[in-house]
Design a binder for this molecule. Structure first.
Ligand SMILES: [Zn+2]
Ligand SMILES: [Zn+2]
Length: 294
């Protein structure tokens, strides 16, 4: 007996035994099929300039490789069921590793309230920090997409708060980044800028820039992100993001390349969209640095 289930946008072919019946599906899953990512829309089509065509041709090769590596699999760990890329190189640049659990024998008491564990007061491990707590101090189940958990998982109060804040990034800001915004883009020390739509690729691993030219910057190659603001006053007050300077490594070269993004001033709606895209990029950078430093 087999069924198709939808989990996190992935189609899973689940086999259950005749004895267990359709109501009791058994894991592990026999087959997991990933939907191929939407074709990168600009390749070939908008690359009108010769440089653009070359870039697009290079990207075509690269993107097909990326898609091949994007297959995912379900794994079950101590902490729960996770949907992870088959190859580590295809993981999200915002991902976090599962922490090792503090061994049971090293924690006779709750690491938050110091209650002694016994037959009645059981210990629970926080899935985000791996530390050991009583039920009262580790009762919340919160989504943890950065560790690829399929379901919300048990976390201590401190970690639950951080994960809840990240939920906003995954629910709203990641979508803003993927929808894209328009900027004038200047490469290196050039005095020419080009109007381009900038967006995060669906697999979260590339910043894709489309204009007359086409660029793809691998997120893990970005070394610094500086958000440019206006309206800054020494005492604080309202500031608005108006641009960004990226420094990143081009594979095969040790030197950093710089790219400057300036919000297009054409329409006020564009300006607003660019400002929210930059704010989302600011948040993404924090997550990126955190993932890198783990
Ligand atoms: Zn406790
Ligand atoms: Zn924790």
């Amino acid at each position: 007996m087999q069924d198709w289930l939808e989990v996190c946008g992935w189609s899973l072919l689940v086999f259950s035994s005749g004895r267990a019946g359709p109501a009791r599906r058994r894991f592990p899953l026999v087959q997991c099929r990933a939907r191929p990512e939407r074709a990168e829309r600009s390749l070939g089509g908008s690359a009108a300039s010769p440089e653009g065509r070359v870039a697009a041709a290079e990207c075509r090769g690269k993107m097909s490789g990326c898609e091949a590596r994007d297959a995912k699999k379900l794994v079950r760990s101590l902490s729960g069921l996770r949907m992870v890329p088959e190859h580590r190189s295809a993981r999200s640049p915002f991902g976090l590793d599962e922490p090792p659990w503090v061994p049971d024998k090293e924690c006779p008491r709750c690491m938050q309230c110091d209650t002694k564990f016994d037959f009645i007061t059981r210990k629970h491990h926080c899935r985000r920090c791996g530390k050991c707590f009583c039920d009262k101090c580790c009762s919340k189940k919160v989504p943890l997409p950065r560790m690829c958990f399929v379901d919300p998982v048990r976390q201590c109060a401190e970690c639950a708060l951080i994960s809840q804040k990240e939920t906003e990034f995954y629910d709203k800001q990641l979508k803003v980044l993927m929808n894209g915004a328009t900027f004038f883009v200047t490469l290196g020390t050039s005095d020419k800028s080009e109007l381009m739509v900038c967006r995060l690729s669906n697999n979260q691993r590339y910043l894709v820039l489309d204009g007359d030219s086409h660029y793809e910057i691998e997120i893990v190659q970005i070394s610094t992100v500086q958000i440019l603001t206006e309206g800054f006053t020494p005492g604080g007050g309202n500031t608005r993001a108006i641009g960004m300077i990226l420094q990143y490594k081009v594979p095969g070269s040790e030197e950093l390349t710089q790219m400057k993004f300036t919000a297009s001033e054409d329409f006020s709606s564009n300006k607003k969209l660019s400002a929210s895209w930059l704010a989302a990029m600011h948040k993404a950078t924090k997550l990126l640095y955190e993932s890198r430093d783990q």
